[in-house]
Design a protein around this ligand. Structure first.
Ligand code: 2IT
Length: 445
């Protein structure tokens, strides 16, 4: 493959889509040598084909607020690649949602889902609807209106959405109800469901748990362990909550979290009821973390700043794309941070990753480190198909095995001559292989 030509075409074909270009460019740059060593991929034009989403659905969502006013939002489902299984990926409700963010997320999802080894293709959906300050009734009506249109494109063997930013078990359950009302089928067409609807134990915690299991692999690769490590997180949603729970269990100390309003520094450690409080904060849908410092006065709230300025051993972005930039990376390195683990999708900018890798910080990209969420969604699909439910222990054991396998694959394909593990390269190559080979096997489709 001709890297420069492909990047030029990518930029020309996707004008004003910087996120998609960022995600795709990173993959191209890290798989180029591997692709050129294996001529079959060029022979079947696999790279060009993988860069093009199979389908992009855009639709209008009209809903009525509590005052009777009608609102219109824009929504999407990007069905990126179905080579290894039904489209699978979350739905995001956030004001930043547009075709660009949906395309990059669906693209990332294809590689991530491949890494899990489960039979799931890549997709992503969402809307520019902002859940901040919305009442329960407004949220439900929006979810129902969203699903009324989206259901046309879904099915348990076709496309299986889940939650993402702004969409938790409550919203998934409302969407499930609406799908069932229209289609008359009680099937596993969504994951991240509540337990009564066929949801899986551990699914809410899985992204955070999985990221910490992956971190354990990174630490072990350097002869280190998690106990006693100072951890700084961003965000205060499901992912942050799961990561904080697992850190506490394994003896690491989470000292900071953040929201759009600033960050919380709690040197005593964010543990026990404080972790539970994160879910309450999220539940208010006010999208602020400042109240934490009022409830726990020994903690400090630093307005308008990011948690990356706090000295730590491990930094874990858990919020949104490009939330950690070059300056943040430089600050983390200056403060002695040795591990950066993306629990969010593309949490770091390209130049932040460059700085971290140049300084030999262990850096895990989201498509590897946060794959525990969708992996557990895959396990939810399995349970739904079998009409059985596994125990917490069974699900957790499978999640651990999947994360450890992803780590091993990153090591296999990403270890450089000096021994440094380039997890970005490892994850991109390992994720690419299964999808690419499955595409070749299926002929020109
Ligand atoms: O980014 C992600 O992997 C998710 N939001 C979870 C997707 C899923 O289908 O569970």
């Amino acid at each position: 493959m001709d890297l420069n030509k492909l990047i030029a075409e990518l930029e020309e074909k996707n004008p004003a889509q910087p996120l998609y270009i960022q995600a795709a460019k990173e993959v191209l740059e890290t798989i180029v040598d591997f692709v050129n060593e294996n001529p079959k991929y060029d022979k079947y034009s696999i790279v060009e084909r993988i860069l093009e989403p199979e389908r992009i659905i855009q639709f209008k969502v009209t809903w009525v607020d509590d005052n009777g006013k009608i609102h219109v939002n824009r929504a999407f489902r990007v069905q990126h690649n179905m080579a290894i299984g039904p489209y699978k990926g979350g739905c995001r409700f956030h004001k930043s949602v547009n075709q660009d963010s949906m395309k990059f997320l669906a693209f990332e999802q294809t590689f991530k889902n491949s890494l899990t080894t489960l039979p799931m293709g890549g997709g992503k959906g969402g809307s520019d609807f902002d859940p901040t300050g919305k009442s329960e009734g407004e949220m439900m009506r929006f979810c129902q209106a969203f699903m009324t249109e989206l259901q046309k494109y879904l099915g348990p063997e076709t496309d299986v959405p889940a939650g993402d930013i702004g969409v938790s078990g409550r919203e998934v359950a409302w969407m499930f109800g609406q799908y069932k009302r229209i289609r008359g089928e009680h099937v596993g067409v969504l994951t991240g469901k509540t337990l009564n609807l066929g949801g899986s134990l551990i699914r809410p915690e899985a992204t955070g748990f999985g990221a910490i299991y992956f971190l354990q692999g990174m630490l072990a690769a350097k002869g280190d362990t998690i106990a006693g490590k100072k951890v700084v997180l961003s965000g205060f949603g499901n992912v942050t909550w799961g990561a904080a729970l697992k850190c506490e269990e394994l003896g690491a100390k989470v000292i900071a979290i953040s929201g759009p309003d600033g960050y919380i520094l709690d040197e005593d450690g964010i543990t026990g009821d404080k972790v539970v409080y994160l879910t309450e904060l999220l539940g208010t849908r006010n999208n602020v973390v400042a109240p934490y410092a009022t409830k726990y006065p020994k903690a400090k709230f630093i307005a308008g700043k990011k948690s990356w300025e706090v000295p730590c051993d491990v930094a874990i972005p858990c919020a949104i794309q490009n939330e950690l930039n070059k300056e943040d990376a430089e600050k983390l390195i200056a403060n002695g941070c040795q591990y950066v683990v993306e629990a969010s999708n593309m949490g770091c900018t390209a130049d932040a990753i460059h700085v971290l890798q140049t300084n030999k910080v262990s850096f895990a990209p989201g498509k590897a480190a946060n794959a525990g969420g969708v992996a557990t969604s895959g396990l939810e699909m399995t349970q739904n198909s079998m009409k059985l439910a596994w125990t917490r222990e069974e699900v957790d054991e499978k999640l651990k095995a999947i994360m450890s396998n992803i780590h091993a694959n990153c090591v296999k394909y990403g270890t450089e001559k000096d021994g440094y593990i380039n997890y970005v390269k490892g994850a991109n190559i390992a994720g690419f292989i299964k999808v690419a080979d499955a595409m070749i096997e299926q002929g020109v489709i």
